[in-house]
Design a protein around this ligand. Sequence first.
Ligand SMILES: [Zn+2]
Length: 292
Amino acid sequence: MQPLQIVPCRLLSWLHSGLKSPVSTRTRICPTMARPSSSMADFRKFFAKAKHIVVISGAGVSAESGVPTFRGAGGYWRTWQAQDLATPQAFARNPSLVWEFYHYRREVMLSKEPNPGHLAIAECEARLRGQGRRLVVITQNIDELHRKAGTKNLLEIHGSLFKTRCTSCGVVAENYKSPICPALLGKGCEEAGCEGLLRPHVVWFGENLDPAILEEVDRELTLCDLCLVVGTSSVVYPAAMFAPQVSARGVPVAEFNMETTPATNRFRFHFQGPCGTTLPEALAPHETENVS
Ligand SMILES: [Zn+2]
């Protein structure tokens, strides 16, 4: 497997340096190695054999359910964007304002539902479990739509809109109260003897990921025999951090997103389009399943 991983990188570096390939016959022999395959039939062969699948999901999957990111053009809450308020400094300056922002984001989620991409992943996990196979989702999304779709093996590396953390004692609690703001008036943490101020249990700009979760992520990435990158391009975090680690072991990585990037060429498969369209096809049951 190793030589297959090296070829596309060499081709890329030749392109960047403007040099002609020194072994042009070799590139003609395996022209498909320069770019990933978009053959669903070939992907399905790997999928049929995989025992331990990791799905890395990003903002694109949530966007297909209409979840706003408050980033980029038009991505404002009042006059702010996420990077203005999702920081420890903003919370230290004005915790009420930051809580209002997160309160708004929680309320928005009441009207959002998992899309066919979320559902295909959750259904696949349940089906594979019955066959003694494993699927785990590693997500940067904080909206819990994977959970709502039924995903059980879930690593939320950026935390959740629906969890609070006490700034004093550190206790993390689920919180689905609506609205959350009046509940926070005059009281904070509900642990006995602790009246600490609660904050959203999410990872803010400039903050580190939870080392315990990163350890779990690392274990899954080390064990998996197939990796899907969905709703995020492979040059964008978190896939940029995790997928190359899997690919370097010779394990097939399949991207499902709206665009290609130069990094796409490091991976075995790329399926362009909405995850809500591509994933249900990719993860559908095989006719030969359930024979046991
Ligand atoms: Zn506390």
